[in-house]
Ligand binder design. Structure first.
Ligand SMILES: NC(=O)c1ccc[n+]([C@@H]2O[C@H](COP(=O)([O-])OP(=O)(O)OC[C@H]3O[C@@H](n4cnc5c(N)ncnc54)[C@H](O)[C@@H]3O)[C@@H](O)[C@H]2O)c1
Length: 476
């Protein structure tokens, strides 16, 4: 513990909840629990981050989080600390919200999870319920149990079924996978579709059921391995839906069909549902790519041929080439062309650029020799750390600046701000009025009326008047 480190000042009596890891999941979870009336200690081993959070800076952009942070720093219901061991000692329910990045082979790297489990083991001072919220492969809960017993020098033991029978140093491990979406984290915390709790004792079950009792939604109570698998299966299924509609969109372009109408036509079927049927440049972000790979790895490890998921990943990766091909199709040679990039975040509502498709598109276009001008309402500081400004890449402060002298605008993130563009005005400042839309954000007719050539995904783009080379032959 460093001299300036911060420790919780609560007692065991008010049975606080401890959240380990104050990132995109941990911080909204901690604040959500505080809002539900619990006393919450949030611990992170990154002392700089904790310092910022203590000063009211969430350290990332997520709607509503800064306001809720201010509220519960003031109410005292949320206490951010960097002394992880003290936070463990002070809590009775301990949520693990640390990162589970991927290794080079796609397997989940559970080093951070083991690290906090060891801290828990060494700081057991009474019954603890250790809850996995981080996304982990099935059977991780068993490893957590083993780890706690090992590093507690044999003093700890998993609690038997009854709360009354639990010895003083007993503990339970539960799985409570998180489904919240970045950009809608608080909305999802307070209005989840469902809560999944994998438990192995009545005591663990009762603690979690009680904790979430203010939230009205279906509760899936199961064992830990099933709960762990539900999370990976959910993300794999959603990734599959995206790759599916993306392949349908390719086919739509070939046969002159409209992928938006196809998505609506199939999505109205209750068995399919309308969500995750937006054709585009593919999925990115911290969860889908890594969780899919971890699931594939888990299947391989257990000798299950889940090659369907390999194809899902392959399709997703090929979207970058598909999109760059579209840009080439729109403006011919890429070298020396000025391209305005609208959107860097992996999706709207966040400043997160982890595994953002935009980064791969930028890299490819830069390698092709294009001059790139970038803009995003929230994600520019994070992107600048990954892609420093250079003679080929510059950062702009507005869409107007991006459009200045551009040979094309490329829409990569579906920010609300971009839906409202004054295209007629942008057209005036561009070298060539071309818009390549990776998210199908616009009505093709409206874009054409504004004087743009428009290229989108899976839609038979109408060719504007005057663009025909000869009767009946369209430039496309
Ligand atoms: N981001 C999402 O949308 C999302 C959604 C559902 C589930 N998840 C899962 O939740 C987990 C966390 O994801 P995230 O996006 O919040 O990651 P993150 O990187 O934003 O946050 C992780 C935090 O854990 C802290 N940490 C690491 N080791 C620690 C330790 N030993 N002690 C204390 N703190 C430690 C880090 O400093 C960091 O602040 C991952 O397993 C992820 O797959 C994420």
């Amino acid at each position: 513990m460093s001299e300036n480190s911060t420790s919780p000042s609560t007692t065991q009596d008010n049975a606080p909840v401890t959240v380990l890891g104050l990132g995109h999941i941990g911080l909204p979870t901690a604040l959500g629990l505080a809002e539900l009336g619990r006393q919450v200690i949030g611990a992170d081993d990154d002392a700089r981050k904790v310092g910022l959070i203590r000063n009211g800076d969430p350290t990332f952009y997520e709607p509503g989080v800064a306001e809720l942070l201010a509220k519960h720093l003031k109410s005292g219901k949320f206490q951010p600390v960097d002394d992880v061991a003290a936070a463990v000692r002070a809590g009775s329910i301990i949520f693990i919200c640390v990162g589970t990045p991927q290794k080079t082979n796609g397997q989940a790297d559970l080093g951070q999870v083991e690290a906090v489990a060891q801290v828990v083991a060494r700081n057991l001072n009474g019954y603890k319920l250790l809850v996995e919220k981080s996304t982990v492969p099935a059977i991780t809960a068993q490893w957590l149990k083993r780890t706690i017993v090992r590093y507690n020098s044999g003093k700890a033991s998993p609690a038997p079924g009854s709360a009354l029978a639990a010895p003083p140093l007993a503990f339970d491990v539960a799985s409570n996978p998180e489904f919240l979406r970045e950009g809608k984290a608080l909305e999802d915390f307070f209005h989840p579709n469902r809560i999944v709790c994998g438990v192995e004792s009545e005591r663990a079950r009762d603690l979690l059921v009680n904790l979430y009792s203010p939230l009205k939604c279906p509760l899936v109570l199961t064992n830990t391995s099933t709960a762990e698998l539900i999370k990976h299966a959910a993300n794999a299924f959603l990734s599959m839906k995206i790759s599916f509609i993306n392949m349908v969109s390719d086919l739509c372009e070939k046969v002159g069909a409209d992928v938006g109408a196809v998505a609506r036509g199939i999505g109205l079927d209750n068995r399919i549902g309308p969500q995750f049927l937006d054709a585009g440049i593919g999925y990115g972000g911290y969860c889908f790519p890594k969780d899919l790979r971890a699931f594939i790895h888990l299947a391989e490890e257990h000798g299950v041929d889940f090659s369907l998921l390999q194809e899902v990943e392959h399709i997703n990766q090929s979207r970058v080439d598909m999109f760059v091909g579209k840009v080439r199709h729109a403006i011919w040679n890429l070298r020396g062309k000025k391209l305005g990039i609208l959107g860097l975040a992996f999706k709207a509502g966040t400043d997160d650029i982890r595994e953002a498709v935009s980064l791969k598109i930028i890299e490819t276009l830069r390698d092709e020799g294009s001059i790139l001008r970038l803009y995003d309402p929230q994600a520019m500081p994070n992107t600048q750390r990954m892609v420093p400004a250079s003679p080929q890449v510059s950062y702009c402060t507005s869409v107007d600046e991006v459009a200045q002298g551009a040979h094309a605008l490329l829409l990569l993130t579906e920010w609300e701000e971009f839906r409202q563009l004054d295209l007629a005005r942008l057209r005036e400042v561009m070298e060539v009025p071309v818009l390549v839309d990776g998210r199908n954000l616009y009505d093709p007719e409206a874009v054409h009326r504004a004087g743009f050539e428009y290229f989108s995904i899976g839609r038979a783009d109408p060719v504007p008047a005057g663009m025909h080379t000869s009767p009946g032959v369209a430039l496309k």
